[in-house]
Design a protein around this ligand. Structure first.
Ligand SMILES: [Zn+2]
Length: 96
């Protein structure tokens, strides 16, 4: 099964396309604005777990104002996670 995640920009499902030269994330449905798929960086680190938690809260939030606030928090957490891991979370971790 190929790894799946959700895109940080549009929050729809994206999946990992593996290839010998690296691989890339692809949207299930190509977005109207053509942005690149960027996975929400959830990992086993405390920061990654908080990011996953905020993402879950955002999914459940129905109030528009609270949702947009949560999205701002999610973007900030993701930015820190990307910075700390030097983009490593952009690709699914391999076990070999
Ligand atoms: Zn997207």
């Amino acid at each position: 099964m190929s790894p799946i995640a959700r895109c940080l920009i549009c929050r729809t499902l994206i999946c990992w396309i593996d290839c010998p030269y690296g691989g890339w994330w692809r949207h299930d449905q190509h977005p109207d604005d053509g942005h690149d798929a960027l996975p929400i960086p959830t990992s086993d680190t405390p920061l990654g777990r908080v990011t996953a938690r905020v993402d879950a809260l955002l999914s459940a939030e129905t109030d528009h104002e609270r949702a947009s606030y949560l999205y701002t928090v999610l973007l900030s957490l993701a930015a820190v996670e990307f910075e700390l891991t030097d983009g490593a979370v952009l690709a699914p971790r391999t076990t070999d």
